[in-house]
Design a protein around this ligand. Structure first.
Ligand SMILES: [Fe+2]
Ligand SMILES: [Fe+2]
Length: 240
């Protein structure tokens, strides 16, 4: 049912973005799905040098878990913005703003789709639920108005930005004794991607605050409920 929902309810660009996770196509060709603006942004995923040494099982487990949960998070973010875009697409002021953030999320999702294929990581089994929940959240908050949509964005990006910072800290801690591991190979690729995307998420957070997210009716409830939901989704996706 969820797949049928995706096939019919979502814009073509996002249907393509959700489908490519099964493809082994190279990273560069997948980026063609993003807009010119996001495609022009550089990602160090394209500059991977041979690893300093093979990863240990513990490092490999961390890498796989991080890629799995990040792909799930980026899928959810894409669907939230898709839902908001569906409501605001005729608003000349909001349409380009939502479109810009969504384009960046498409780039994030395509990158983690590529890393899932490259490292043969099993995607989370919760994707069908996140698809429906993300889109419903985007539509629902947008129907409550611009400020509620921005409160949703503030909550989601606060949680995802913090999640990416936690991953960067954990990666740095894991290789504290061998800092050269972050100069080449898979861990460098991952930490560079996470840093770039963390900066994008924090930019989205700033955008939401600048657009008066905190002025939304029921702001505290919206912010805390959505942030709590994101935290739970991240935890579940890291396990299942
Ligand atoms: Fe993102
Ligand atoms: Fe974002």
């Amino acid at each position: 049912m969820a797949n049928r929902f995706i096939a019919t309810a979502l814009p073509k660009q996002l249907r393509l973005a959700t489908r490519v996770q099964y493809s082994a196509a190279p990273y560069v060709s997948m980026r063609g799905l993003a807009s010119d603006a996001s495609a022009a942004s550089s990602s160090s995923a394209e500059k991977v040098h041979p690893p300093a040494r093979p990863l240990t099982q513990k490092e490999r487990d961390f890498l796989e878990s991080a890629i799995r949960v990040n792909q799930a998070g980026e899928l959810g973010a894409n669907l939230i913005y898709a839902g908001q875009y569906a409501i605001f697409k005729n608003d000349a002021r909001l349409r380009p703003l939502i479109r810009h953030m969504w384009d960046q999320e498409v780039h994030h999702l395509n990158t983690f789709n590529s890393l899932i294929a490259k490292h043969r990581v099993r995607p989370t089994a919760m994707r069908p639920l996140w698809n429906v929940a993300g889109y419903a959240l985007g539509v629902g908050t947008a129907l409550l108005g611009e400020k509620a949509a921005m409160a949703c964005t503030e909550a989601v990006e606060t949680e995802i930005g913090g999640h990416y910072n936690d991953q960067i800290r954990a990666l740095l801690e894991m290789v504290r004794e061998e800092p050269e591991l972050l100069k080449r190979g898979e861990l460098k690729e991952l930490v560079d991607v996470i840093r770039e995307f963390r900066d994008d998420e924090l930019e989205h957070l700033d955008t939401a605050v600048e657009h008066d997210a905190k002025g939304a009716g029921g702001y505290e409830f919206i912010f805390n409920a959505i942030r709590g939901g994101c935290k739970a989704a991240i935890w579940i996706s890291s396990k299942v």
